[in-house]
Design a protein around this ligand. Structure first.
Ligand code: GDP
Length: 422
């Protein structure tokens, strides 16, 4: 009877999808459901299991564990046509996906083609240096529609009798608010297949959560804390609350997923970024290219300043460290332990550091510790230097590490505690 949230601590791509599956597979008690609370087709989890690779963008990663129910929550932005494609392609890989293991909340908002067009247009209009690094997948315009009260929810998307009315309203308002025009009739036809395909997946998440209040549930984060619209590095963020603050249901516990180094996709300040040569070496080794966009991710050293902040924002109970194996063979490792700016030293993000012009100027104070050849010994335990790295992170940020992973496969991991404990 535990609800546990798994949240990215930095700028995403920490391996949250793999960690969701790792938790389900290693939990002593059955995990009944995985609930995804935000994001849209701009996100992507890649999961390697039993020799297969599964890509999830618009569906929760729990779909690859038979017997687990999965929910696309109210805060998600659903590109209906893409969602249909994703379900079909996961089925081709052998996953069974039916209304018995996937539900879509009535309140999730629909991303239409015109949202995507608008996204690209807005990003292109921004001057060099002021670009956000948008994936141009229509997420921000969908969020704008939602907040401007001209959006369309999944349940209304399914309503054939009123679809054209809704679209007409949306069109009139979208035209007024965002300057685009769409034909209601054309939209009705264009989305017919998706409507028919998705109809059976409609649920009400509030009813589900109430009926399953005694179940073990994992809340699956997408993107990460520093991309949260309120708590991240604004304006270089995504258009939703990707931290624990966005969760519409209480979590009993929350764990931060931290990569052993740091990456950042898109634009914006990145204080612990490697020098160019080192960055491309780590990028290649860690395959740091976006699952959704193929974009090269910026790579840098572990940033404990951001990690401390993320622990506070999400009130974390513990950390999962992923991808330590990518640092195999490093003689020495550096961890960013503090920022210096205007004669002050900061151990976490606070006050003036939320001003982008200040954050861009910080100097990082590093601590150096020995690296390792291999993260794990032949018996599967952490090698002494890998152990020392984990221990040093715990000391630096004051939060226990409960899982370490050292390979792509979901089985390449060790738990030191049970994240589903009561
Ligand atoms: P997410 O969006 O946070 O789920 O992360 P992504 O799917 O974008 O990227 C994480 C990548 O790292 C995926 O390809 C995972 O299979 C992979 N991964 C997860 N844990 C580990 C690990 O411990 N070591 C290695 N080498 N890869 C990992």
């Amino acid at each position: 009877m535990t609800r546990t949230a798994l949240i990215g601590t930095h700028w995403g791509d920490e391996g949250k999808g793999s960690c969701v599956v790792r938790v389900i597979k290693n939990s002593p008690e059955k995990v009944s459901a995985v609930y995804r609370w935000q994001g849209g087709r701009n996100t992507g989890h890649e999961v390697f299991m039993d020799g297969n690779r599964y890509d999830f963008h618009l569906t929760p990663s729990g779909l690859c564990v038979p017997g687990t129910y999965n929910i696309d929550g109210s805060g998600m932005f659903l590109d209906a046509a893409r969602l249909v494609e994703e379900i079909k392609s996961l089925r081709e890989k052998g996953l069974e996906i039916t209304p018995d293991n996937l539900g879509i909340d009535a309140r999730a908002h629909i991303t239409f083609d015109f949202h995507r067009e608008l996204d690209g247009f807005d990003e292109e209009k921004r001057e060099a240096g002021k670009k956000i690094g948008s994936t141009k997948s229509g997420i921000t315009p969908t969020a704008v529609s939602k907040m401007a009260r001209v959006g369309m929810r999944f349940v209304e998307f399914l309503n054939e009798a009123h679809f054209e009315d809704f679209i007409s309203d949306m069109r009139r308002n979208a035209n007024k608010v965002m300057g685009v025009d769409v034909s209601a009739k054309e939209m009705f036809e264009r989305y017919r297949e998706s409507r028919d395909f998705l109809r059976g997946f409609l649920i009400d998440e509030v009813a589900y959560m109430t009926a399953h209040k005694h179940d073990n549930i994992v809340f699956e984060g997408a993107q990460a804390t520093m991309l949260d619209v309120d708590f991240g590095t604004y304006p270089f963020i995504s258009a939703s609350n990707a931290s624990r603050k966005g969760l519409p249901f209480n979590a009993d516990r929350a764990y931060g997923i931290v990569k052993a180094y740091t990456t950042r996709v898109g634009e914006g300040p990145f204080p612990t970024r490697y020098e160019a040569e080192k960055e491309s070496e780590v990028r290649e080794k860690g395959s740091e290219f976006g699952v959704t966009t193929g974009r090269a991710r910026g790579c840098g050293r572990l940033d404990a300043v951001v990690l401390r902040y993320s622990i506070m924002v999400n009130e974390l109970d513990g950390l999962f460290i992923t991808k330590g194996d990518i640092l195999n063979g490093e003689e020495k490792l550096k961890i960013g332990v503090a920022y210096h700016v205007d004669g002050k030293r900061f151990e976490t993000l606070e006050g003036v550091l939320h001003d982008r012009s200040v954050l861009e100027r910080v100097q990082v104070e590093y601590e150096e510790i020995p690296g390792w050849d291999k993260m794990t010994s032949s018996e599967g335990s952490l090698t002494p230097n890998a152990q020392a790295y984990v221990k040093r992170i715990e000391e630096l940020v004051g939060c226990p590490v409960v899982m370490v992973s050292y390979g792509k496969d979901v089985n390449d991991c060790r738990f030191f505690d049970n994240p589903m404990k009561k």
